[in-house]
Ligand binder design. Structure first.
Ligand code: ZN
Ligand code: ZN
Length: 411
């Protein structure tokens, strides 16, 4: 099959399974100029699906970099009213969004951090109404990925230029369950069924605690908050349209009890934090807090993360992912959370997701804290799953249930 045909399958997947574009719906595609080929295919697929209008919001990270270098902080903080009106128009029209992620590692190295921070804060404040609309699932949204040369050469240091880009394309497509011989849309329907079935089983078991252990030395007792909710897979918009926020996604995740984590966890993949790779590290928890740690590389970066704020040395998320999954099987470190966090069981230091406790999305910060949720400006996922990971859950009545045996779900 020609490459173009594969990319068309991927674009169709983004439109039909990702955002699940509806007849006569307005569609936004967020794309950088680096990914215009995929953007055009997504536009075509959206029209084929019956979209009313497809509008591409083009960006160019090199142009943005020039802006950071040459504009004053005051100018960077100015948010033009028309851009706010545009977002409001999109919301009023009931539009949905497909975003193509294609990070350019290291591009903003050397930019004045104050400029980035201040313009970022100004943008988040001005567009909070839009963020709330999307995070509250009032519209369908989906993130897919496409390579660029700089990213591809970082992932495949032994390849150059087009060869690296092709290798990263292959890896992205396999991870997204798009292959020459399959029907990705049917395969995603099956995949979502599996994820939802795991959510249901885990929610019904309503564990008090999970015990993780493997031969690398992980021996971790992790309590879950009362009324926790396992999530993962597709979601319903508030208008009842089923969509997949992330392509790919492999995880079932929920909320650890902030003060209820004890024992040692040994990471199985490097953690990319602020552009630095923390390698071969472990953490020891006592009553939820990291009390000891070490790393073969970038220990000081790990220390920065842990000392970011009070909550960054506590956990906010626990996610279960079978070792036998496309991303894990590829053995590739993508240097992009969309992929890497789906490679194996992970934990996140920092902020918890309100959706992972019953009624959480309507709780105040104080109510969430009282429920046992960790709060932090950070949310850093790190992988600790392995092919010999065993997980045993303990129910409220003390009964034990094996959840993972040798790296994979057994429930
Ligand atoms: Zn996760
Ligand atoms: Zn996470």
């Amino acid at each position: 099959m020609a490459k173009l045909e594969l990319l068309k399958k991927y674009a169709k997947l983004a439109v039909e399974v990702g955002a699940n574009v509806q007849t006569n719906q307005l569609v936004w595609v967020n794309s950088s100029t680096e990914t215009k080929e995929l953007a055009r295919l997504i536009v075509e697929a959206a029209y084929n699906r019956g979209a009313k209008e497809v509008n591409v919001n083009w960006s160019d990270d090199y142009v943005s970099r020039l802006g950071y270098d040459n504009m004053s902080v005051e100018t960077l903080e100015e948010i033009p009213q028309w851009s706010i009106e545009k977002a409001k128009y999109f919301m009023d029209q009931g539009g949905c969004v497909i975003s193509i992620t294609s990070p350019i590692p290291g591009l903003n190295a050397g930019v004045d951090p104050i400029k980035m921070q201040k313009s970022g804060i100004a943008r988040s404040k001005a567009f909070k109404f839009y963020q709330d609309h999307m995070m509250g699932n009032h519209a369908q949204w989906s993130i897919v990925a496409a390579p660029n040369k700089v990213w591809a050469e970082k992932v495949f240091p032994n390849l150059k230029g087009d060869e690296a880009v092709e290798a990263l394309w292959d890896a992205i497509l396999v991870a997204s369950r798009v292959t020459e011989s399959n029907d990705p849309i049917a395969e995603w329907a099956e995949h979502n069924k599996t994820l939802l079935a795991h959510n249901k089983v885990l929610n019904d078991l309503n564990f008090e605690e999970l015990h993780f252990s493997n031969s690398l030395g992980t021996d971790l007792h992790l309590k879950l908050v009362d009324n926790h909710v396992w999530a993962g897979g597709g979601e319903d918009s508030t208008k009842g349209v089923y969509f997949n926020p992330n392509i790919p996604t492999e995880e079932n995740f929920t909320m650890p009890l902030k003060n209820g984590v004890n024992g040692k966890v040994v990471a199985t993949k490097p953690l990319n934090y602020q552009g630095n790779l923390i390698e071969d590290f472990w953490l020891v928890f006592k009553d939820g807090k990291v009390v000891d740690y070490d790393a073969a590389k970038q220990k000081e970066t790990l220390e920065n993360l842990l000392k970011n704020d009070e909550g960054s040395s506590y956990l906010g998320e626990v996610a279960l992912i079978s070792h036998d999954s496309p991303i894990s099987n590829s053995g590739i470190l993508f240097l992009n959370t969309l992929f890497d966090e789906n490679a194996s069981c992970h934990l996140a230091l920092g902020q918890a997701y309100p959706m992972n406790v019953k009624g959480g999305t309507k709780m105040s910060a104080d109510e969430l804290k009282a429920a046992g949720a960790n709060m932090s400006m950070a949310h850093s996922d790190f992988m600790f799953g392995s092919e010999d990971m065993n997980i045993v859950g303990t129910k409220k009545d003390g009964t034990k249930v094996q959840v993972f045996k040798n790296g994979d779900f057994v429930i």
